[in-house]
Design a protein around this ligand. Structure first.
Ligand code: HEC
Length: 153
């Protein structure tokens, strides 16, 4: 058989193999359906409720920031980011309470979030839109990184 024929014959096999492998390793993008390999972190019920409440506020704040940005209200976006997500929000969120129970990587992801939010606030105050967006993606990257690795018991 010629080399070209071999290639033609093996194509469906290769393709089938690739599809099978894809089926094994993905689930069409719904990561929640994948085998859960996130590290389970134990918090008391009270701290857990508190942390999840903060989380919902994080999402709400992110949304409010995007609304402000789309309307050109850079100062409002900066103020919300700093007070609810930035370094000065850590006290408000009682970050010190849950932090001792978090694995090091989780603590680091939390700190990255607060630092990035403060960077965003500074860029937004300077009316540096592209710098602000860049910092905002560092905020959301911290949400994604922590969620990918940890869950609460
Ligand atoms: C330091 C780690 C960490 C960071 C950073 C983080 N989260 Fe979370 N978040 C968690 C954990 C852990 C849970 C609980 C997940 C679970 O148990 O399945 C959670 C849950 C949530 C929930 C669900 C709340 C509920 O009531 O169940 C929302 C919404 C959320 N996070 C939004 C965000 C947003 C938005 C950001 C970024 C601005 C963010 N989180 C950053 C760790 C983090």
């Amino acid at each position: 058989m010629k080399r070209n024929q071999w290639i033609l014959l093996s194509l469906p096999l290769l393709l089938g193999g690739a599809l099978w492998a894809a089926g094994q390793s993905t689930d069409g993008g719904h990561s929640a359906m994948k085998k859960d390999s996130r590290l389970l972190v134990h918090l008391s019920d009270k701290l857990k409720r508190h942390m999840l409440g903060n989380m919902r506020d994080h999402l709400e704040t992110l949304n409010a920031i995007l609304v402000d940005l789309s309307a050109g209200r850079m100062d409002d976006a900066a103020q919300k980011a700093e007070s609810r997500l930035g370094m000065s929000s850590m006290e408000l969120h009682g970050a010190g309470q849950a932090a001792p129970y978090m694995p090091e990587g989780m603590r680091r992801a939390g700190l990255n979030l607060h630092k990035a939010a403060t960077r965003f606030a500074l860029k937004a105050e300077e009316e540096d839109l592209s710098g602000a967006y860049k910092a905002l993606t560092e905020v959301t990257a911290s949400c994604v990184a922590c969620h990918a690795s940890y869950r609460l018991e």
